[in-house]
Design a protein around this ligand. Structure first.
Ligand code: 48H
Length: 259
């Protein structure tokens, strides 16, 4: 077969443009392709929801690739093992309710599951702002990460979405921008982002689930961003809470989309 570079280029441009245009009005826009965001995307896509993840980096996976200190294994406690089993990820029993899994297998399988369920990734895209109407977030303001990194003065584009999830991890970027630009009251007891606290795995893992909720009309926090918003602890390389948080936020939003 003769290869034509122009045809290759045209195929990429046309396919990507079609994918992006078809994502201009989403049910759920997810910011950050770490474990919590990807688990939320899998569950929402499996329920037939139109969902896309916007990830700043070229690589998806957030903090999961590196396991603990680049020892690329993760620990998952008993409660989270069900989710790894559902995705067919190999799990090894480490005794006393602790389980381990290969960090690369977890990351790649989660990512593949998002795609196979019909969810979409837009990597190399930074979410820099939101769109607010009637004190509700109605979409995301996006730009190429390369534009951001190069400091180019290029205006962004917009994605409409019924609901948004901040799964940006420690940085809690979406809620930060909402707080900064809207002068908005965040749904914590102080009305503000409370910030992350130091390491305490047991409490952190339990609070991650409780803190997975709506914090501004139409915007939910999941994963590490949930704990950072509500002033809870970090937990180190144990990932059950991240995965369960993704599942929980998907269930809550799916119910709201039914209403
Ligand atoms: C687009 C963005 C933006 C933006 C950030 O950090 P993550 O892996 O997120 P979680 O919460 O699913 O998982 C946290 C976990 O990985 C972790 O760090 C743990 C358990 N730490 C414990 C501890 O003690 O340290 O992924 C967040 C993703 C990253 O890939 C970012 O690049 C991306 O979000 N991101 N993408 N636009 N504005 N901000």
């Amino acid at each position: 077969m003769a290869l034509d570079e122009i045809k290759i280029t045209r195929a990429i441009i046309e396919r990507f443009t079609a994918k992006l245009c078809d994502s201009l009005n989403l049910d759920v826009a997810i910011v950050g392709a770490g474990p919590s965001g990807m688990m939320a995307a899998v569950k929402l896509a499996q329920k037939g929801r139109k969902v896309a993840i916007f990830e700043r980096k070229l690589s998806i996976g957030g903090g999961m690739w590196g396991g603990g200190m680049m020892f690329n294994e993760i620990v998952v406690q008993e409660e989270g093992v069900r989710l790894l089993n559902e995705l067919g990820i190999a799990v090894k029993n480490a005794g006393d309710g602790y389980y381990t899994a290969d960090a690369v297998e977890c990351t790649t399988t989660l990512a593949s599951s998002v795609c196979k369920a019909g969810g979409r990734f837009f990597n190399c895209v930074t979410v820099e702002d939101v769109m607010v109407r009637d004190k509700k977030v109605t979409g995301l303001v996006i730009n190429w990460s390369a534009v951001d990194i190069a400091g180019l003065h290029v205006d962004p584009l917009v994605i409409g979405s019924r609901f948004c999830i901040d799964s940006t991890g420690h940085a809690t970027e979406l809620i930060n921008v909402i707080q900064r630009k809207s002068g908005a009251t965040i749904m914590t007891d102080t009305g503000k982002i409370k910030g992350e606290r130091s390491m305490w795995a047991e409490v952190a893992e339990n609070t991650t689930l409780n803190n997975t909720k709506e914090v501004f009309p139409n915007v939910y926090v999941a994963g590490m961003a949930a704990n950072a918003t509500f002033g809870s602890f970090r937990m180190g390389p144990i990932f059950g809470g991240m995965l369960l948080s993704g599942e929980k936020v998907a269930e809550i939003i799916d119910e709201r989309l039914k209403g």
